[in-house]
Design a protein around this ligand. Structure first.
Ligand code: TYM
Length: 332
């Protein structure tokens, strides 16, 4: 496929499963926005991934538009390609073919599957198991070079490379090999209530103090941070424990500061000074996004039209790759 620009292709996506949190923002969206002019970007709303676990249909529709509005409100330009995964059937079609080339053993090793299926392994959907093959299809359809994500997605991108290599060896150069683009700051934000666990949508649904949501009101942000776990020391000291380290990580990612600077800034300070500074920084980052989000959601028709338009423009590219693969494996 010939790219319309000479900039390297970037592809990334987020699930519209509701409750977009600070980890999603700092680990992904914020970096997409900052670097958008450097790349030829495709930002996807991966609704097919979301239905791998049970969803309320009305909520899924709402969360899909919410996520699109948050992308734009966060500063993704309307000139970037932003679309809904299920609007381009080639994603599901390529995913099926890839599933037939991905050994079960590779999928069994995926930590996200192990975590999400948990003790309910036998009852979890086949879709949840095959999930990384769909993610590989997303990435490979567009000859993607870079995939900007948080640390938790690294393993899925490695699997994408593995299946691409396996098929390239067998059929010739079918796919471009993608690389993960994972930032040094903000790539793994931990839960406020339990800094041993990654901040996640599913844990947030069980414990309200676990995550800050992108659409949380300022007083909610302050309350959640006030209750965030710290260390068993009288003040901020280094090396700090996981709770304080996580708060400092949130702060330094938003402020673009290095560790030495934040250690100097907060060493010897009380936890309440630290928490107030983190709350101020988070609120300052989220408030303009929330305002723009509310404006964008007043016109859902325009939003849907924008998403449909992008899917239409991307479809020929996706279909070109799909045809190439279909021909290679003997389906055409
Ligand atoms: P999802 O929806 O779970 O997460 C979206 C993005 O947020 C990042 N993230 C975090 N970053 C830092 N700290 C955290 N606690 C944290 N939690 C989540 C994720 O790394 C991700 O970048 N499988 C993907 C969606 C996907 C995708 C793709 C991504 C589907 N197809 C193709 C890239 C390319 C997922 O479930 O992300």
């Amino acid at each position: 496929m010939q790219s319309a620009t000479t900039k390297p292709r970037v592809f990334s996506g987020i699930q519209p499963s509701g409750g977009l949190h600070l980890g999603n923002y700092l680990g992904a969206i914020r970096n997409w926005v900052r670097d958008q002019d450097k790349y030829d970007n495709i930002f996807c709303i991966v609704d097919l991934h979301t239905i791998t676990v049970p969803q309320d249909p009305a909520a899924l529709r709402e969360n899909t538009l919410d996520l699109a509005a948050v992308y734009l409100a966060s500063g993704i330009s309307k000139t970037q390609a932003m679309f809904i995964q299920s609007h381009i059937p080639a994603h599901a079609e390529l995913a099926w073919i890839l599933e037939c080339f991905v050994p079960m053993g590779w999928l069994e090793r995926m930590t996200q599957f192990k975590e999400k299926s948990g003790r309910e392994r036998e009852r979890s959907s086949a879709g949840l198991f095959a999930y990384p093959a769909l993610m590989a299809a997303d990435i490979l359809l567009y000859d993607t070079r870079y995939v900007p994500v948080g640390e938790d997605q690294r393993q899925h991108i490695e699997l994408t490379r593995d299946v691409a290599q396996r098929m390239n060896q067998r059929f010739g150069e079918l796919f471009t090999l993608p690389e993960p683009m994972i930032q040094a700051a903000g790539a793994r934000i931990m839960g406020l209530d339990d800094p041993q666990k990654k901040m996640s949508k599913s844990l947030a649904a069980e414990a309200p103090g676990h995550a800050i949501f992108i659409l949380d009101a300022p007083e909610v942000v302050r309350r959640k941070l006030a209750r965030a776990q710290t260390d068993a020391q009288p003040e901020v000291r280094f090396p700090a424990g996981p709770g304080v380290t996580n708060l400092l990580e949130i702060y330094r990612t938003i402020q673009g500061k290095d560790w030495a600077t934040v250690e100097k800034e907060f060493g010897g300070k009380s936890y309440s000074v630290l928490k107030t500074a983190v709350a101020d920084a988070v609120i300052e980052a989220l408030t303009p996004i929330q305002q723009r989000y509310r404006e964008i959601r007043t016109d859902d028709a325009a939003l849907v039209q924008h998403l449909r338009g992008a899917a239409e423009r991307l479809t020929p590219t996706a279909n070109t790759t799909l045809r190439r693969v279909q021909e290679a494996v003997g389906l055409r």
